[in-house]
Design a protein around this ligand. Structure first.
Ligand code: COA
Length: 151
């Protein structure tokens, strides 16, 4: 996690997520593990098929945004793996897992307006722009993409 979130390329659109010390990564992973203990779901490691090397993480976390209870979707992969369809594959796996195991939940992907790669991933995984959940995040405006049916 420190290799991924300590890399300025990975947090280009979300600079407040940058980790400076390995201890911050340890704290973060502890928090993610506690979320698993409490809710029975959370972030997964992403590995290349046939390899044990962790190339990133993907998953959902319980959150309340603009008064709505949602599952906040996150995906971050190391830069040496970008541009090969891996995020699309990983995010699609999470979206279909939530659809079958927690079908009434709202999945929310919060994406900075300039992060077109991430917006492509959200759309290709079946999420749609949902302006009602646009919100100010730690790094400025976040555009919302959800699995809610649009009017
Ligand atoms: C965003 C991220 C997850 C995409 O991962 P990836 O494995 O490269 O994505 P994919 O290969 O599945 O490609 C997804 C789409 O984005 C496009 N894309 C990839 N890099 C791009 C870039 N730099 N600019 C614009 N589009 C880009 C691809 O062309 C593809 O769309 P297409 O198939 O319609 O052409 C990855 O870059 C990443 O981890 N970035 C840092 C963290 C981050 O920003 N996470 C999202 C926070 S909301």
């Amino acid at each position: 996690m420190f290799a991924i979130l300590g890399d300025s390329r990975t947090v280009e659109h979300n600079p407040s997520d940058l980790l400076r010390e390995e201890s911050e990564a340890v704290e973060l992973v502890d928090r993610w593990v506690r979320h698993w203990d409490e809710h029975g779901f959370g972030y997964w490691c992403v590995r290349m098929a046939g390899s044990n090397r962790v190339i990133g993480y993907v998953g959902v976390k319980r959150m309340t945004v603009r008064g709505s209870r949602v599952l906040n979707l996150v995906c971050r992969l190391g830069p040496d793996t970008w541009g090969r369809g891996l995020a699309t594959e990983a995010v699609s796996a999470v979206v279909s897992s939530v659809a079958s195991e927690m079908p009434t939940e709202t999945i929310l992907g919060r994406v900075r307006p300039g992060n077109s790669a991430s917006q492509n991933v959200a759309r290709k995984a079946g999420l749609q722009r949902d302006t009602t959940l646009d919100d100010e995040g730690d790094d400025g405006l976040d555009w919302a993409f959800t699995n809610r049916k649009q009017p």
